[in-house]
Design a protein around this ligand. Sequence first.
Ligand code: UDP
Length: 253
Amino acid sequence: MTSQLTPVEILNTPVHPVTMAGTLTAVQQFMAEPRLHQICTTNPEFVMAAQRDPLFRQILQEADLCIPDGVGLIVASRWLGRRAGQPLLPQRVPGSELVYHLAGLCAQEGWRPFLLGAAEGVAAKTARVFQEKYPALRIAGTYAGSPAPEENEAIVQMINESGANMLLVAYGAPKQDKWIYRNQDRLTAVRVAIGVGGSFDFVTGKSTRAPRWVQNLGLEWLHRLLHEPWRWRRMLALPRFVLYILWQSTLGK
Ligand code: UDP
């Protein structure tokens, strides 16, 4: 862990107390250091998955930055922080908003991102949306591919040959984070690599984000469940997360 920020520990999973602006400052620092820095977009589902997946837990613990992408983490940091004297997580930093800021920063700084993952054609369409919004942006490449081991070599080679120095991977968690972790030493020019979940689907309008007022009420997860009901099983992590946090915060009193 090289981030200068001390992470908040939520069920033994680190989450950094950053704002959106702080995240972009960290990205600027990471881009200036010649090695790959991994960023994870942590939410309560990540935290619960990490309880039973040691490799995923290790990845989150070693990541350079774990941003708080989930309102449940902000609430949990208030409940747990009071007793443990931990810092509070100041705000939610949604990965689906961060990708726009990253595209803007790439345009401004001349960095070249590669967009990997999502369904066929979605990464390419995302690139077109970003390029329209930020005309100075130069995208190194796009590819859907898959996180399957058979494809690994070819994808690493494609990214290296593209000259990309930033990598956005949309294979969903934890596959995307494991993909970055296992390839971190072989992505020769990439300095920042981030798993972005369904962000490309939001950028292209394949999925829609909740209205702002629903986001402000902290209910974006409910909007997602109503629009993508097949997620219900995965989202059982949320009530389990609340129970774990209540249990931990009661134990500490
Ligand atoms: N995805 C993919 N290959 C896979 C699994 C997922 O390209 O093997 C893509 C999927 O099309 C979507 C993105 O990964 O664009 C995020 O998936 P999901 O919504 O499951 O992840 P979450 O946002 O919940 O992390």
